[in-house]
Design a protein around this ligand. Structure first.
Ligand code: XIL
Length: 302
């Protein structure tokens, strides 16, 4: 294949990117995005603060811009994200207890219902595990409503859109020997054993020199897949430049391709200048839209 999406599809996988609604009017950006990618994640527009700015008043303008652009160009959409401790609307941030639990479930139900039939995969819950060595849950207002909040969110999402794949998504879960990875693994194993509706696990894959691509990435992906879920790389970016960056990208692609149930890879933005990493160059296209060495290594590896 001569594009990322064409090359990925040769093994039945997808290649995706995060899209910002306000960049779609930039023709260089839109041209690259349309040419190279086939799975689209809204970078911010489907998060809780964007879709429910006032309690029970839903706002889908920017999210719809992205969903409509994707669908009209024949692409699929990864919904991101229904429940998360971060980017909550102000009204939710200080809520607790039963009222927060119900507000969260209402949000999951309303948003998943609104988009029913249009979302390939939902990130139902994002970043619920703690960093460090505990392997346990992250403290958050949602976690304080009870440890079962995650499965409650998954059940609500399944009821609202039975056709969407439902994913748990997190970062720093790439290295098999990390406690956080083991914590998420235990949760997924438990969910599968009890019939909690979970279909996939997303690995954000934000890498830098302090958090490099682990050499056991394929082991991690394979072990999760063996639980009976699909796995995806969902927010890939790698700090650096030149051949060292290209080599690390290649390692991620290689790990995914070595696992049958690793169904796709999404990079977190189009050009370096679009990245959330303000000062870095972590993506596959430079600020002018030129293909970087990392692009070529990914394309050749796919
Ligand atoms: C980031 C966006 O890229 C930024 O524009 C925003 O300011 C903050 O969120 N993990 C996630 C993504 O799941 O939603 C985050 O996106 C990056 C880390």
């Amino acid at each position: 294949g001569s594009t990322l999406q064409a090359a990925a599809s040769e093994s039945g996988r997808y290649f995706g990117t995060a899209i910002a609604a306000n960049r779609l009017s930039d023709s260089t950006y839109a041209t690259i995005a349309n040419r190279e990618f086939t799975m689209i994640t809204a970078e911010n527009e489907m998060k809780m603060d964007a879709t429910e700015p006032s309690q029970n008043q839903f706002s889908y303008g920017n999210a719809d811009r992205i969903v409509n652009w994707a669908r009209s160009n024949g692409k699929q959409v990864r919904g991101h994200a229904l429940a998360w401790h971060s980017q909550q609307p102000g009204w939710m941030q200080n809520m607790s207890g039963t009222s927060l639990r119900n507000a969260m479930l209402n949000h999951v139900t309303q948003v998943a219902t609104y988009y029913r039939g249009k979302i390939h995969t939902w990130d139902v819950v994002n970043e619920a595990f703690a960093d460090g060595s505990s392997g346990g849950r992250r403290d958050s207002n949602l976690q304080r409503t009870g440890n079962d909040w995650i499965e409650a969110a998954f059940r609500a999402a399944r009821a609202a859109d039975p056709g969407a794949k439902l994913c748990y998504n997190d970062y720093n879960t790439d290295n098999w020997s990390h406690a956080k990875t083991q914590g998420v693994y235990s949760m997924v194993r438990d969910f599968k054993s009890r019939g909690v509706p979970i279909d996939c696990v997303g690995f954000q894959a934000h890498f830098n020199s302090g958090n490099p691509v682990p050499s056991n990435y394929d082991t991690t992906l394979r072990n999760f897949a063996a639980l009976g879920v699909d796995v995806q790389i969902t927010e890939l970016d790698i700090e650096g430049s030149g051949s060292s960056q290209a080599q690390q990208y290649q390692g991620v692609v290689q790990a995914c391709l070595s696992v049958a149930r690793c169904t796709g890879i999404t990079v977190w933005g189009v050009r370096d200048s679009d990245s959330w990493r303000a000062s870095g160059t972590p993506l596959l296209f430079d600020g002018s839209g030129n293909k970087k060495a990392a692009y070529t290594s990914v394309l050749n590896q796919l």
